[in-house]
Write a protein that binds this ligand. Structure first.
Ligand SMILES: Nc1ncnc2c1ncn2[C@@H]1O[C@H](COP(=O)(O)OP(=O)(O)OP(=O)(O)O)[C@@H](O)[C@H]1O
Ligand SMILES: [Mg+2]
Length: 237
């Protein structure tokens, strides 16, 4: 059985069709990349899956539960964690407090939230920055902080929106290692990324969107040799 099933999802904003009849599936334990040129509809798809912007039509299933139409909180409780392309870090709060905000989505108990937040900071290699203000951390550290916050809802499926953008090669490698560690915990990862050298080597499958439509879906090697995908990216240059 698939962990996530996106069925014929269309999302319109007035006259703009950001996602058009998109279907794809991913299995438990997989890392799947969702790629495509700017404006292809990747973040919109994340917003549909995580309850931030329900599809105009079509359905989304997590295991055997239909989650399209759920609120963000309901999606989080159903097992979906996410990061945001535009960082929603609370810069004047400490790293620990930022992760606790995520933990409070599923548990109101302060001591429990604090304990799980501290463990998650260790997990993303930010343990030493627990009491540091998030605003004074590097971009790379802030992205991993966002990952820790998304993990605080104890997701089955983690959506990461461009967590490698703007990172140097060492930082990309560090982030890739964290993604692999997340998968080792049994958490599936759906990753929107323009940094293809980060996602291609670790993905089980790649889904490609262009102008809101799915144009390819398959193993990284197949997809990167697909003439439709090459044309979409060259058109974007
Ligand atoms: N809330 C909104 N209202 C109106 N139009 C929107 C809204 N959100 C997204 N769009 C439009 O939908 C299309 C897809 O946008 P989306 O942000 O999903 O693309 P993307 O693939 O994430 O792009 P990028 O790689 O630049 O982040 C764009 O044309 C965008 O302007
Ligand atoms: Mg986006």
């Amino acid at each position: 059985m698939s962990l996530l099933r996106v069925e014929n999802v269309t999302k319109r904003f007035g006259g703009i069709t950001a996602n058009q009849d998109v279907s794809f599936q991913m299995g438990a334990g997989q890392i799947v990349g969702l790629i495509g040129p700017n404006g292809a509809g990747k973040t919109t798809m994340f917003n549909c899956i995580a309850g931030y912007a329900p599809p105009t039509s079509g359905d989304i299933w997590l295991n055997d539960k239909k989650i399209s139409g759920y609120s963000p909180e309901q999606c989080a409780r159903a097992g979906i964690g996410r990061t945001f392309q535009v960082a929603r870090t609370f810069t004047s709060m400490t790293a620990l407090e930022n992760v606790m905000v995520g933990a409070f989505l599923i548990n109101r108990h302060v001591a429990t939230a604090r304990k799980s937040a501290a463990e998650l900071l260790d997990f993303v290699n930010l343990g030493q920055f627990k009491d540091k203000h998030a605003g004074s951390m590097t971009i790379s550290e802030q992205r991993r902080l966002a990952v820790a916050r998304a993990l605080a809802v104890k997701p089955k499926l983690l959506l990461m929106d461009e967590v490698m953008a703007g990172l140097n090669p060492t930082e990309v490698k560090e982030t890739v290692e964290v993604v692999l560690k997340i998968r080792e915990q049994g958490i599936s990862c759906l990753i929107v990324e323009h940094v293809l050298e980060g996602i291609m080597p670790i993905a089980d499958a790649i889904v490609v969107l262009d102008y809101g439509k799915k144009i390819a879906d398959g193993k990284p090697a197949e997809v990167s040799n697909d003439p439709k995908v090459i044309a979409a990216y060259l058109g974007d240059e």
